[in-house]
Each structure stands twice: as structure tokens, then as C-alpha cells.
Write a protein that binds this ligand. Structure first.
Ligand SMILES: C[S@@+](CC[C@H](N)C(=O)[O-])C[C@H]1O[C@@H](n2cnc3c(N)ncnc32)[C@H](O)[C@@H]1O
Length: 315
């Protein structure tokens, strides 16, 4: 894979699930480097449209280059929570054939040390997908109380040593602020108990002890779960009848939100049951959750934890 590129996951499954009409309007909420958007553009006709969102200015810059070559693509710097506003301002609210969320971070985000997402490279402790808004990981860690830090590590990283790590962060910052990814990764390594870690890391594929901590802080700093909830809700307004909602999740916290959302909107409510012949629930789950095949995982280890869900708006 080239530097600055991202290998899209389950690309054919996404295209198959969308069953794109040649003149359809599609919203790719996670443009990244445009793998899914390109695949869609290659199957829709000259009057089809892809509106691509991303909150990351680097993704938007890459998208604008592609949009300059293909008038069917429009790229908008926006968050999931602006999905409805983006669709309304383009007069496509309620007229969209498919909405896609390919969640998480892109390879270029992870690989650029300057973005501070990865403990494998030393860089400023930032982790914002949009570096021009919100507060960086370093700023938050310099101010948050030990309880708050522990709660974030536990809720968003399912980190069982959350309190111990939070205390170590607060102690360390009394001497000097935590400014870099390496400082944080080393602090976590020192803070978590040694014996289980050694036992754990016998296998080379075993996670670094800072993996969960970085995931938790990233989710918190970017308000990822709130954004996902808002985006899913708004997709219901944006989609047309028979429009498809497709999600690809990479960890259980995201997938749980999607699963609950799809289930909640595809079950008849009490009110539905009281109106015989009424419209029934708004969504229908039209496919089983799908995982990438072994070949794809072999060629793209990032695909290992992917799970795709598809629902259709019924009316
Ligand atoms: C896994 S990548 C998508 C990759 C893309 N499908 C491709 O083929 O290149 C996820 C992208 O979603 C963006 N993103 C994540 N959360 C977002 C949000 N709440 N609003 C807008 N963009 C978001 C990230 O900045 C990142 O570029």
C-alpha cells in the first residue's frame, strides 16, 4: 500500500448491498481516501451523485482532487451530526438511496505521526480527526481529573487497569506535561502490572498495553459514539423509502450502538401493534451481519475486526 493511502474494507459487499441505481444519490459519511466512494462512482451512471463527508481536512483535500475530475462527486467537510443539514442544503433530504458509515480512523490518519493517533510512532499527543476543532488529547489529559480519565479509559477502552493508569497520568503531569504519544505509551507500559503483560505478549500479534488507552482517548476526544448515534438518527430522515443504511464497525462499542439502533427501529412499537394495517417499523434489517472473507483479511489485516450491517428504510 502506498503512503497516504487507505485500503477499503468489504468494498464489493458494500456495493452489492447498496444495489446502486444508476441515477441514485449516495452519501458516504466517511470519505477517508475515497475507496468506497470510487467504487460507487464506478457503478453509477452519469446522472448519479455521491456526496462524501469527512471531518478531517486531509481527507477533504484528497477528496477535492477526485471531485475535480468527476463532477458526480461532491466533498463536504462535515461531521456525522451534520448529515441532515448537509442533505437539506442540497435538497436531497428524504431522497437519498444509500448512506454509508465506514467507521474508525483511516490508515493515513494512523500513519501520520503528526496526528498523534498511534503509539507506534512518536508525535504530538493530538488524536483529533479535525485538528481545528475541539481539544487535543494532550490538553484534555493536562486538565482532567483522575476519576474522569479512569472513567474514559474504562468506558471507551474497556481497560481494566483504568484507575491505575489514570493515577499514573496525574502523577506524571505534576512533574511535566504529557506532550507526546511515546510519553503516554511508555507511561502505560510502566503503569500496568508486569506479570500478566509478559504472559500476554508472548504472541507477536498480541496488543501493546497502550492499545486500549489510545482507543479510549481517541473515541472521547472525537466524541465518536455520540457522533455515530446522531448520524444514525439523521440517516432515517435523509434516506428515501427503500434506501439502504450500511455500517462497517471495527469494535464492539460502535457495533453495539448500530445493532441496538437497527433493532430498535425494525421492531414494531406498541403504537404500531395498536394500528392494524399501520405502516409498522421504519427499518428492516435486510441482511445478516457480514464479516470479510479470509482472503481479504490475509491481504488487509485491518479488515479482521470489521463487521458490516445493512438495513433498509421501509417507507
Ligand atoms: C475508516 S476511514 C474511511 C475510509 C474510506 N471508506 C475509504 O475507503 O478510504 C473513516 C473516516 O471517517 C472519518 N470520520 C470518522 N468519524 C467522523 C465523523 N463523526 N464525522 C465525519 N467524518 C468522520 C475519519 O476522519 C476517516 O477519514
Amino acid at each position: 500500500m502506498q503512503a497516504g493511502s487507505h485500503r477499503p474494507v468489504m468494498i464489493q459487499a458494500v456495493v452489492d448491498a447498496l444495489r446502486p441505481a444508476a441515477d441514485g444519490v449516495f452519501i458516504d459519511c466517511t470519505f477517508g481516501r475515497g475507496g468506497h466512494a470510487r467504487a460507487l462512482l464506478s457503478v453509477i451512471g452519469p446522472s448519479g451523485r455521491v456526496i462524501a463527508l469527512d471531518r478531517d481536512p486531509a481527507a477533504i483535500a484528497a477528496g477535492r482532487k477526485l471531485a475535480a475530475e468527476d463532477a458526480r462527486l461532491e466533498v463536504v467537510q462535515a461531521q456525522f451530526s451534520s448529515l441532515e443539514a448537509v442533505a437539506s442544503s442540497r435538497a436531497v433530504c428524504g431522497k437519498v438511496n444509500g448512506v454509508l458509515f465506514d467507521l474508525g480512523v483511516s490508515s493515513p490518519q494512523l500513519e501520520a505521526a503528526s496526528r498523534g493517533f498511534s503509539f507506534q510512532q512518536d508525535g504530538p499527543l493530538d488524536m483529533r480527526m479535525d485538528p481545528d476543532s475541539g481539544i487535543s488529547a494532550a490538553e484534555w489529559l493536562s486538565r482532567a481529573g483522575s476519576e474522569e480519565i479512569a472513567s474514559v479509559l474504562f468506558r471507551f477502552g474497556e481497560e481494566r487497569h483504568s484507575r491505575r493508569i489514570a493515577r499514573a497520568i496525574c502523577e506524571a503531569r505534576r512533574k511535566s506535561p504529557l506532550r507526546t504519544t511515546r510519553q503516554l505509551a511508555e507511561l502505560v507500559e510502566r503503569a500496568v502490572p508486569r506479570a500478566p503483560r509478559q504472559r500476554h505478549r508472548k504472541s507477536s500479534s498480541e496488543k501493546h498495553p497502550a492499545t486500549r488507552v489510545f482507543q479510549a482517548i481517541r473515541i472521547f476526544v472525537n466524541r465518536e459514539l455520540e457522533e455515530l448515534e446522531a448520524g444514525l438518527e439523521q440517516s432515517l430522515k435523509v434516506l428515501m423509502p427503500r434506501g439502504k443504511l450500511i455500517t462497517i464497525c471495527f469494535h464492539s462499542l460502535e457495533d453495539r450502538i448500530v445493532k441496538r439502533f437497527m433493532r430498535a427501529h425494525s421492531k414494531p412499537s406498541l403504537a404500531d401493534e395498536q394500528i392494524p394495517g399501520g405502516p409498522g417499523p421504519l427499518l428492516e434489517i435486510i441482511a445478516k451481519p457480514t464479516r470479510p472473507g479470509e482472503d481479504e483479511i490475509r491481504g488487509n489485516p485491518r479488515a479482521r475486526s470489521a463487521i458490516m450491517r445493512v438495513a433498509e428504510k421501509r417507507f
